[in-house]
Design a protein around this ligand. Structure first.
Ligand SMILES: Nc1nc2c(ncn2[C@@H]2O[C@H](COP(=O)(O)OP(=O)(O)OP(=O)(O)O)[C@@H](O)[C@H]2O)c(=O)[nH]1
Ligand SMILES: [Mg+2]
Length: 249
């Protein structure tokens, strides 16, 4: 009796699994992760613009001392408090506390437009790519969204990334990206600050993930930046060098 029930369960389960992976209407579950550090002026707008479809789960990983978590909570987001600092730390906490097959990262500062999430995840749902970066440089840059120095820094880091890792990516530093969770399994990082996503991207490439880009718009930030442009730029540069030459990854 027990074995009959077990095999019946296995049969039903594998049928469901097959349906979910066969390109049906909603083949993979999607989790959105928003890291926030004092974004009370922006988070409400970001959440108001969040499309219901195709998102299954939304978490705000917050380390703020302002009203950000209360605003996010009122808008119905799941808020996770993270006591340790670091952009990467917040993302990793988001990864560990979500269940989606596809993860989307987006800032809580209103620079990226959440209404473009369907565009970011579509190439993964189509099976074309495993990681999709939103490219600000191929898309529409609003006046004042990126200072000339940051733009130059992003260009140089992306160029450096492409030459050393033999890729054609225009915006390796984009904070708006989607990826299949499957490729992240078991990864650990040396850096849980701003360079986290660069180290992660290098590791995903080394695992054979197919990386694509879609053009996105980029708007001026609401609130104070958390990026230390020189220190973080230099750390990201080191992470790319390490990824290419030191075999550390
Ligand atoms: N929880 C948490 N979130 C963080 C931390 N540092 C940055 N963030 C959030 O991560 C996102 C990215 O940080 P930003 O300051 O926007 O960095 P950036 O996008 O490189 O720079 P900008 O040009 O200012 O947008 C924002 O939503 C921040 O609030 C942190 O230490 N903890
Ligand atoms: Mg930002």
């Amino acid at each position: 009796m027990y074995y009959t029930m077990y095999f019946l369960y296995k049969y039903c389960y594998s049928t469901v699994e097959h349906k979910y992976n066969s390109g049906a209407e909603h083949p993979m579950r999607i989790s959105v992760i928003i890291p926030t550090l004092n974004e009370e002026g922006a988070i409400g707008r970001v959440l108001d613009d969040m499309p219901e479809n195709p998102i299954d789960e939304l978490v705000v990983v917050d380390s703020s001392t302002d009203n950000t978590p209360r605003i996010a909570d009122k808008r119905g987001a799941q808020v996770i408090f993270e006591s340790k600092r670091g952009y990467g730390r917040a993302l990793q906490t988001g990864i560990e506390n979500t269940a989606g097959d596809i993860l989307v990262y987006i800032d809580g500062d209103n620079t990226y437009d959440p209404r473009e999430i369907p565009k970011i995840v579509q190439p993964i749902l189509n099976g074309e790519y495993d990681v999709v970066l939103g490219s600000r440089l191929r898309g529409r840059m609003f006046p004042g969204a990126m200072s000339p120095l940051i733009k130059l820094g992003n260009l140089l880091l992306s160029l450096f990334f492409d030459v050393l890792l033999l890729k054609r990516i225009t915006d390796s530093q984009s904070g708006f990206r989607a990826m299949r969770r499957h490729f992240l399994e078991g990864l650990t990082y040396s850096e849980y600050g701003m360079p986290f996503v660069t180290e992660q991207l290098i590791k995903l490439i080394k695992r054979g993930a197919r990386v694509g880009e879609v053009p996105i718009c980029y708007r001026p930030r609401i609130g104070e930046t958390k990026l230390c442009k020189w220190t973080d730029g230099f750390k990201i540069f080191k992470v790319i060098l390490k990824g290419r030459f030191l075999g550390g990854y």
